[in-house]
Write a protein that binds this ligand. Structure first.
Ligand SMILES: Nc1ncnc2c1ncn2[C@@H]1O[C@H](COP(=O)(O)OP(=O)(O)OP(=O)(O)O)[C@@H](O)[C@H]1O
Ligand SMILES: [Mg+2]
Length: 269
């Protein structure tokens, strides 16, 4: 480890210990130990100096990333944060390549295996930034460094807002499904027409219902409209939405909406 010997690293670990506000259970501690390899620990330590007041518990453990809660500090204001830490030793990174090649923002010729993960975090940050600026409902991006992304935490009391998948059985108790579908499509339109992005993994798993509104999360794989596969990704996204809302007796023609979107893109250009 460049610049840090074992003693310094112990200090960092102690510092991070102090950051953890609550005594976590055995499983949480195991996950911390598993994902916070030395390199990631140092990155988290650097980020924490500026943005993290207290590190909370595990929100989610996934194939590509783990998400933690943190009491954040952004521009002098307290703000709950989601800390998304991409696994460096991810087994899924080959899939990432499909979404990176063809993206003119990243020169793939010069990139090593390890760097792909860092680029992935940067890509999610930039996608979120672009979407957020265009008024799409996404968590506000805060900062990224190497394999760690900080963003607004969508939830309350450290509990993340539910996904549409979580609510599939009792969605109608929380929201009018027809209104929700409309709002999702408005957000898709803003994402595609104004931000010129396609989510490319949109489904009930990556839409959270937060304060009664749909929010798109997990934007790492989102691509620019000029990506060679963007339209087929968009079609797949729309079909996922259509399939989900069918269960609520709502008819929505993904193909028709895709054509409408294509027309609007043409007009914008
Ligand atoms: N900004 C956020 N606010 C609150 N919760 C979040 C936020 N971002 C992510 N989460 C939680 O973490 C989970 C996983 O996040 P995300 O989908 O971005 O990562 P992932 O690597 O794709 O994980 P998976 O492989 O499980 O899909 C989400 O389903 C959600 O519960
Ligand atoms: Mg996800």
């Amino acid at each position: 480890m460049k610049g840090f010997d074992d003693k310094e690293l112990k200090n960092i670990e102690r510092y991070l210990d102090k950051l953890r506000i609550k005594e976590r259970d055995q499983d949480d501690r195991k996950i911390f130990a598993e994902v916070l390899d030395k390199r990631t620990l140092i990155t988290l330590y650097k980020l924490s100096k500026k943005y993290i007041q207290a590190l909370g518990g595990v929100v989610s453990t996934g194939k590509e990333a783990n998400v933690f809660y943190a009491d954040g500090l952004v521009d002098g204001e307290e703000m709950p944060l989601a800390v998304k830490i991409y696994r460096i030793e991810t087994s899924e990174f080959h899939k990432m390549e499909d979404y990176l090649f063809g993206d003119k923002r990243f020169d793939m010729k010069k990139i090593s295996k390890k760097t792909i993960i860092y680029i992935w975090a940067e890509k999610e940050f930039r996608n979120l930034q672009k979407a957020y600026q265009e008024g799409v409902n996404v968590p506000r991006p805060v900062h990224y460094l190497k394999n760690i992304l900080l963003m607004e935490f969508l939830g309350e009391d450290e509990i993340p807002s539910p996904s549409l998948f979580d609510l599939r059985k009792n969605l109608a108790d929380f929201v009018n499904p027809k209104d929700l579908l409309e709002e999702i499509l408005e957000n898709v339109e803003r994402l595609v027409v104004s931000a010129e992005l396609v989510h490319a993994d949109l489904s009930e798993y990556n839409i959270l219902l937060h304060n009664g509104k749909p929010y798109f999360i997990d934007m790492g794989q989102a691509v620019l409209l000029d990506h060679p596969n963007s339209i087929s990704f968009l079609e797949r996204d729309l079909k996922n939405i259509s399939r989900f809302f069918e269960k609520f007796g709502l008819k929505f023609d993904a193909g028709e909406f895709l054509s409408e979107l294509m027309n609007k893109i043409e007009v914008e250009r």
